[in-house]
Design a protein around this ligand. Structure first.
Ligand code: VG1
Ligand code: CO
Length: 560
């Protein structure tokens, strides 16, 4: 029997505007009548017909509403002439895995069901993100198009009776209006694990992890925070690398992440930090809900800032077989990320790009062969093996560096600082502040810092004086397609290179989250505490921005 397509009339919803990384709202919003259907139809319509006859990859981080959304996507794709969907079993696929699957299957793109590091469950967040055929997040021109369509949508197409069993591996074939349509339910981990085996030397890492090299097994604490990485971690670390089950925790993806906030930082991965501090571990790592972020800590919870992590991987990149084989072109970081990697780039005579916040800005550079390794201060690290940041990849990269150097995390860091100097970095997040005062604060600050008289001004705090050198609202011209992205964050650069950056988050689901980033470079004084070293600049930032007055907050929610 051929299934039939039905057109359903609908009305636009306000605010279906993808942010830094997809559309993120409360689950309740996505559950509203036609809300999810509208947005999926707009994603498909943004292709202007190109999606017909092609394939898409669909999967998510296992949070509440993922399965429901996957079913809706199946019915709407069937009705819009998509010929094939690859869906992870139980609608599970990590963000890096989706990126890899799009590329390997030469799919038109992918639909990712995740709100990443935001909490999950019926009362928390859900998200939908569209990735393009290069495997990367849709660029601004595509997301703007999707948003525009969402403001005008009057109907969507759906095959109402189409049932799909997400729990069974295999191909399901249908006929829709006489045209073939198939859904393949795939093993979520197989393709990704193959890719990791091509990139890293698993034989060598196995000897290292299982202790055949150093006499005793490496002591790991890998924490999946009940997010999507659990099945990937089990396969890679336990089955492939021979780690024992006590080296991994929270590896069952849960719809509400077991109440955890699946954000791998010092605040939300506190259990990991405490355990590693009090235990006998060589390496601790945590990943976010959808598996693209990573936090790395060493023995005694020695914390590696993501900016340093990027620089260290850059320094040792060629100990990884994939890069030995393919060579290394340039590096890149997001603007608020401290410039540690720039120093490695300049030593190696490589180019280093500075892009706005959000992984979508790295894609063009990678596609053009200009970029091999990049990262963001927000616990994102990755390479041109896919077009998303990749948490497990970063952990395997660190294991490779540890194996290569024979050193522990702290020693690797200290040696790096001795060679290059240290980029102290901290980030203050003020989560869920009232929106209006924050907009006002940003507008006021922009006005202040873009007055010509602002340049050359001196600010003093804690016995230190800083003189302003550059101040602007960061704007980026893509070197590949010349597209321009404006208003990407307010930054003040001082004469000694220290920086204050402030921007509003584009991933929250309610209110405004203010991010304040501070960094400062020291050539010799490399063993200080970041909180102390950066205290004067923090005070200056709070003074110039008047943040406490505008937000009513006297302390941040999260300090990194
Ligand atoms: C945050 C981070 C940004 C990251 C983005 C998506 O965005 O700052 O660096 O790319 O999250 O990461 P914002 O706009 O809230 O600052 V994920 O793992 O949430 O997809
Ligand atoms: Co994420």
């Amino acid at each position: 029997m051929s299934l039939v397509v039905k057109s359903v009339s609908t009305k636009p919803y306000d605010g279906q505007k993808p942010g830094t990384s997809g559309l993120r709202k409360k689950v309740k919003a996505f559950q509203a009548e036609n809300y999810t259907e509208n947005f999926i139809q707009c994603i498909l319509d943004s292709s202007e017909g190109a999606v017909a006859g092609s394939s898409l990859v669909v999967g998510g981080d296992g949070r509440f509403f993922c399965k429901k959304a996957a079913e809706i996507i199946v019915r709407i794709c069937a009705a819009n002439g998509v010929s094939k969907l690859y869906i992870g079993k139980d609608a599970i696929l990590s963000t890096p895995a989706v990126s890899s699957l799009i590329r390997h299957n030469k799919a038109y793109g992918g639909i990712l069901l995740t709100a990443s590091h935001n909490p999950g469950g019926p009362d928390n967040d859900f998200g939908i993100k569209f990735n393009c055929e290069n495997g990367g997040p849709a660029p601004d021109n595509v997301t703007n198009k999707i948003y525009k369509l969402s403001t005008k949508i009057v109907q969507y197409k759906i095959v109402e009776g189409l049932e799909i069993d997400l729990t069974k591996l295999g191909v399901n074939s249908y006929s829709v209006n006489g045209m073939p349509f198939s859904v393949e339910i795939i093993d979520p981990v197989a393709d990704y694990v193959c890719l990791m085996k091509e990139i890293f030397d698993f034989d060598c890492l196995k000897v290292f992890v299982s202790g055949k090299k150093i006499g005793s097994p490496l002591k790991l604490r890998i924490d999946s925070l009940n997010g999507v990485t659990g099945p990937y971690v089990n396969e890679i670390f336990l089955n492939c690398l021979g780690a024992t089950p006590d080296n991994v925790v929270h590896t069952t993806p849960l719809e509400d992440f077991g109440g955890l906030h699946p954000d791998p930082n010092l605040t939300y991965a506190a259990d990991l930090v405490e355990t590693v501090k009090n235990g006998d571990y060589d390496l601790g790592a945590a990943f976010d809900g959808d598996g693209d972020r990573n936090m790395i800590i060493g023995r005694n919870s020695f914390f590696v800032t993501p900016s340093d992590s990027l620089a260290i991987i850059a320094h040792y990149l060629e100990c990884i077989p994939y890069f030995k084989r393919n060579g290394v072109t340039g590096f890149a970081r997001s603007m608020p990320t401290a410039a540690a990697v720039d120093l490695v780039a300049s030593k190696q005579n490589k180019e280093c790009f500075e892009v706005p916040t959000g992984w979508k800005y790295f894609g063009n550079l990678m596609d053009a062969g200009l970029l091999c390794l990049c990262g963001e201060e927000s616990f994102g690290t990755g390479s041109n093996h896919i077009r998303e940041k990749d948490g497990i990849w970063a952990c395997l990269a660190w294991l490779s560096v540890m194996e290569h150097t024979g050193k522990g995390v702290e020693e690797i860091l200290k040696q790096h600082w001795a060679t290059y100097g240290r980029n102290y970095f901290t980030r203050y997040d003020y989560e869920e502040c009232p929106l209006e005062p924050c907009n006002e604060m940003m507008a006021t600050l922009e006005k202040t810092i873009t007055e010509p008289s602002f340049i050359g001004k001196e600010y003093s705090s804690g016995g230190k004086t800083y003189k302003t050198k550059i101040a602007d609202n960061f704007s980026y011209t893509d070197p590949v397609d010349q597209s321009v992205s404006t208003k990407q964050g307010l930054r003040i650069v001082f004469e000694d290179g220290s920086r204050i950056v402030m921007r509003l988050s584009g991933t929250g689901s309610s209110g405004a989250t203010v991010r304040l980033y501070i960094d400062s470079y020291e050539k010799d004084n490399v063993l200080g505490f970041a909180s102390q070293m950066l205290e004067p600049l923090i005070q200056i930032a709070l003074e110039i921005s008047q943040l406490p007055q505008f937000t009513g907050r006297d302390a941040p929610t999260v300090i990194t």
